[in-house]
Design a protein around this ligand. Sequence first.
Ligand SMILES: [Zn+2]
Length: 431
Amino acid sequence: MTARPLTQRLFSRIDDARDDLVALTRNLIRIPTVNPPGDAYAACAEFIGRRLAGRGFTVDYLRAEGGVGDSDRYPRTNVIARIEGAAPGRCLHFNSHIDVVAPGAGWTVEPFGAEVRDGRIYGRGACDMKGGLAASIIAVEALLAAWPDFPGAIEISGTVDEETGGYAGVAWLAERGYFSLPRVDYVIIPEPLNKDCVCLGHRGVWWAEIEVMGRIAHGSMPFLGTSAIRGMSAFLERLERDLYPALNQRRTAMPVIPEGARFSTLNLNSIHGGLEEGGDGFPSALVAESCRLVLDRRYLIEESEDEVRREILDLLEAVRTERPEFRYQLRDLWSVPPVMTDADSDLVRALDRGIEQVLGQPARHVASPGTYDQKHVQRIGHLKQCVAYGPGILDLAHRPDEYIAIEDMVQSAQVMAAAAVDLLAGGAGGG
Ligand SMILES: [Zn+2]
């Protein structure tokens, strides 16, 4: 080893690679991997694969055949690149999703033009999360150049469909052992949580549909029927009176950001009651036979899905004791339990030290209000040491004029490289 410490050499290599980092990010943004429907996945996976194959990685293209959304027109093509070190050791994996949401309206720049202005790169996916993907590639390339005899292994993946649940992406790969020991020890997901933040996990989700059933009758004689809408409205009053105040009191110990998401939340996603309008837009004179409500309940690590469901069922039962004609059905639509990586784990501590070294300030630990691919790594892969760490501002994700600051990408690449040295050296029993 030369006189200058490894991390210092890494940091200056990454500084010197700034133009390469910008070009790589721009090239990734220009591949419009819009999901849904899942455009240009193969092109993006091959772009990443070609670059890493040129750096000595073994590259696998893994199409989730038969997976959710997969078709010949929209193949769900994932890429995983792996490089072995000079000695056995731990494997560090950087996982990024390659899909982006549709640009939507309100842009003042070309969404897939990757314009550079005032130290920022603009475009759909700039911060969520092609900037993070590019930063992780530059970090690893610098590490390979500065430390050719590193121990262990490094993987970089580009996976599909995170924006629609990740079922043909990380979930599909995790089911096949790609996110489990002994293949992988640590996973860093460079989602845009800010360069000084380590995201330990996320809250849970429970989506359910409640249908209240009424009895149809002529609208001029509603007393002959039972209105499903009035029944639902009685339930909604219960939510307002009993549930919302209780949720606002329930605060988690998880460091969820923003602050408002540190509490249990319930969003009334949609409500439909009565018959749809006829073709001429004129309603029929009917008492509503059915009213359906979709709930989006985000719950805390201190709560369980059973408790969360029970709480809703208790309120429905309370309405039924007041209104004997009240009938309902509850259907579970989707759920993900909360996940949180231990703040004292090797992975989190390595990122903490990297942040201190690069930014000269202590790392902040946060948790996400919504879910991301960490759930599949932890629940399907049973790999505990997985966090999100990457450049960019989460609020800009999915918005018009999304951008990533170039300096943030450079610094977070340096943090990733420092953490990688720490984790791989530690795994080999070194310092
Ligand atoms: Zn994302």
